[in-house]
Design a binder for this molecule. Structure first.
Ligand code: NAD
Ligand code: DAU
Length: 355
């Protein structure tokens, strides 16, 4: 049974990954989730697994060496999977400083502490792996053609992507310098359950359900390559199990969409899924779309070439965009409390009391 240290496991992708692992390995995994519970961390995402004996939650910051050390002292960790990050581009434009702290400094603290407990003399103990969960945004922006490959030069534009690039380069440096057993993954835009409603898709779903305007930045024609979150989770699991140490793996859905297309798909899917007597149904229409000022430094197009992970590790995405969108929207309809708690800030009030 493998022991995982998952950081940022109370966020969107981390919580999906923890649930994925428990399901895939029939609960025969031991998971420690280290999360500082920023505005984006929500323990409600993990209600199902929180009862398991082999799941432990530690509230703490990846920048806090003492907390990270205390975990390594207590547990023999096989895999570290670093999801912890400030993840929202618009917030990074408003205030970059916390992005540098968590996404650069935090990664360094995590690497350094992990190295201390995994190295024996000059040699790393066999079977260990440090996974840095990163993003296609480190490659910058594409024109109308071409794809990001693992050798595309790094060219980040936002403070978020610059800070993720800094973290990635530290991970690479720990491999180049110490031969630390690391792997880096760079994934395209995820969507699925438990996604915080500051990101495009859950924001649009929420605004449609509340009859609010849908803000589309610029001309609405920027392109993102969408991947359903469980397909990202299966890729990360394969990389931990079979990925070659020191390598980078791109992960993408081959699902390029303009933002306007995404919004139209959400509107039509909501129309289809809402019951005919639901009073919100009639109010959801393209009339809600409102073009607003563009994001500063807005990357035009992302598109991932995933040939390497497919050819070398046998990973394939399984959920198409229309199917994934229907699954995601149905989840938000079935979990209105989750969304309302977030929007009202109720979940944060609860944590203040508990932690
Ligand atoms: P998220 O914002 O939903 O979750 C981040 C989690 O990290 C939260 O639970 C938060 O409390 C925690 N956290 C933040 N700072 C911390 C700190 N200093 N110490 C401990 N915990 C901290 O993010 P997400 O969308 O789930 O993204 C997870 C990772 O995947 C990030 O590293 C992100 O860069 C990467 N990624 C995201 C996407 C995407 O589309 N969302 C795509 C590719 C890569
Ligand atoms: O590509 C991977 C990245 O995808 C991850 O690394 C990031 O953590 C994640 O947040 C995401 O970044 P984006 O900036 O692409 O995602 P976001 O949902 O913020 O925006 C998607 C597109 O929609 C982008 O072109 C901006 C646009 N947008 C976004 C919002 C929130 C709008 O037009 N209106 C909006 O209100």
């Amino acid at each position: 049974m493998k022991t995982y240290l998952i950081t940022g496991g109370a966020g969107f992708i981390g919580s999906n990954f923890i649930q994925y692992l428990f399901k895939k390995y029939d609960k025969k995994v031991f998971i420690i989730n280290l999360d500082s519970l920023t505005y984006a961390g929500n323990l409600q995402n993990l209600e199902v697994v929180s009862k398991y004996d082999n799941y432990h939650f530690v509230k703490g910051d990846i920048c806090d060496r003492e907390v990270v050390e205390s975990i390594f002292k207590q547990y023999d960790i096989d895999y570290v999977a670093n999801f912890a990050a400030e993840s929202h581009v618009d917030r990074s434009i408003e205030d970059p400083s916390i992005f540098v702290k968590t996404n650069v400094l935090g990664v360094q603290v995590l690497l350094d502490t992990t190295k201390k407990y995994w190295i024996d003399g000059d040699i790393f103990i066999k079977g260990k792996k440090f996974l840095q969960v990163s993003t296609d945004e480190v490659y910058g922006s594409l024109g109308e053609t071409g794809y990001f490959t693992e050798t595309t030069p790094l060219d980040p534009h936002s403070p978020y992507s610059a800070s993720k690039t800094g973290g990635d380069l530290l991970v690479k440096a720990y491999y180049d310098t110490y031969k630390m057993p690391v792997v880096i993954t760079r994934c395209s835009n995820n969507y699925g359950p438990y996604q915080f409603p500051e990101k495009l898709i859950p924001l649009v779903i929420h605004n449609c359900l509340s009859g609010k305007a849908i803000p589309l930045y610029g001309d609405g024609k920027n392109i993102r390559d969408w991947l359903y979150v469980t397909d990202h989770c299966s890729a990360l699991d394969i990389v931990l199990e079979k990925g070659k140490i020191g390598e980078i793996y791109n992960i993408g859905g081959n699902n390029e969409k303009q933002n306007i297309e995404v919004v139209k798909t959400i509107i039509s899917t909501l129309q289809r899924l809402l019951p005919s007597d639901d009073p919100r149904k009639g109010k959801i229409s393209k009339k809600l779309i409102t073009y607003v000022e563009d994001r500063k430094g807005h990357d035009r197009r992302y598109a991932i070439d995933s040939i390497k992970i497919k050819d070398h590790l046998g990973w394939v995405p399984t959920i198409g965009f229309e199917e994934g969108m229907a699954k995601k929207i149905q989840w938000y309809l079935d979990n209105r409390d989750w969304l309302e708690n977030i929007v009202s800030g109720e979940y944060a009030v609860y944590y203040k009391k508990m932690y």
